[in-house]
Design a protein around this ligand. Structure first.
Ligand code: GDP
Length: 307
């Protein structure tokens, strides 16, 4: 990937896309192409075709998607399936038609079977039933992974995909109805501290286990894989370490400096009991995470709530 290559970041306003833009600019890539959703509706086939004809990207980071936490996925089920299928079909197919040199598709660790053995190896994809709360999103992402694989097989494309674990970092979603657990808890504990509330509600039993990766680490892994990896295995990207939601809540409580209590609301769903990735393949490809959880959450908290 030459420094003056045409590189399209689909979804550059999102948490992953914006981290990719920051990193590529820092690494002095000079032709990073972006479009807001108002300028280019990725669900619209003819708009996407016209964009590829005009810009002729050589590399594509496919980070555009409709995303959300457990509740949003469960409520907006049709939108999560339809929008994501449309967006990725258009970008991947136009990348094939316009002879993009390499495309990287962002999938997600939530597309593995609900009860996959832990840690989750890449080969467990499509070996079991999905978690019902985010099945529509997962079905779309599985289709995206399979599109990449089969454009490679049928047309000799060079499309790779990655499976990031749960992410956090700058430009995260802090809307409590649609956000993931980590930003939600940062906001809840911060506001409880400011408003001197005596307890914070944490959803579910607190027992599910999750792995968290700082999005700057994910961006670094994506650029590394874009430069060095070719193949049909969708590579897991994570830390390989997980903690319970209760432990996450305790960690955030201490970083925020809140001294009230944690109330577990078991009327809310737990989702998948455990989700930690096996990152042996990623390590063998020469990449390892650099930002530990405590350090990453502290930085996000300071930047978002204290500055
Ligand atoms: P998931 O990883 O796809 O299940 O998505 P989430 O990040 O939304 O949820 C992870 C876990 O955290 C689930 O067990 C949630 O019930 C739990 N959780 C606890 N408190 C919250 C909260 O305030 N918001 C969200 N989104 N999840 C929470």
């Amino acid at each position: 990937m030459n420094k003056d290559a045409n590189i399209y970041i689909a979804g550059h306003k999102g948490m992953v896309g914006s981290a990719l833009v920051r990193l590529l600019k820092k690494q002095e890539y000079t032709n990073v192409i972006t479009r807001t959703s108002a300028e280019l509706d990725l669900r619209n086939q003819s708009q996407v075709a016209a964009f590829f004809t005009q810009e002729q990207p050589e590399y594509v980071f496919m980070a555009a998607a409709k995303v959300g936490g457990i509740e949003a996925n469960n409520i907006y089920r049709a939108d999560f399936l339809y929008d994501n299928l449309q967006i990725q079909n258009n970008v991947i197919h136009q990348s094939y038609l316009h002879k993009v040199k390499k495309l990287l598709f962002l999938a997600s660790s939530c597309i593995y079977p609900k009860l996959a053995p832990q840690p989750i190896k890449e080969e467990y994809l499509l070996t079991g039933v999905l978690e019902p709360t985010n099945e529509p999103y997962a079905i779309a992402k599985i289709a995206g992974v399979k599109l990449c694989e089969n454009y490679n097989r049928q047309y000799g494309c060079n499309f790779i995909s990655v499976m990031p674990t749960n992410l956090y970092g700058p430009n995260d979603n802090y809307d409590l109805k649609t956000s993931h657990v980590l930003p939600a808890l940062l906001r809840k504990f911060h506001e409880a501290k400011m408003n001197k509330k005596d307890r914070v509600e944490v959803w579910g039993t607190g027992k599910p286990k999750r792995e968290f990766l700082h999005v700057d680490d994910l961006a670094a892994a994506c650029v590394h894989l874009m430069k060095t990896y070719e193949g049909n295995i969708s590579v897991n990207v994570g830390t390989g370490k997980d903690i319970t939601i209760k432990e996450l809540a305790e960690t955030i409580k201490s970083i925020v400096g809140y001294d009230g209590t944690i109330h577990l609301n078991t009327d809310k769903p737990d989702g998948t009991p455990r989700k930690v990735l096996d990152v042996a393949l990623l390590h063998s490809l020469g990449w390892h995470h650099t930002i530990e959880l405590n350090e990453g959450i502290t930085k996000v908290y300071n930047d978002k709530f204290l500055n």
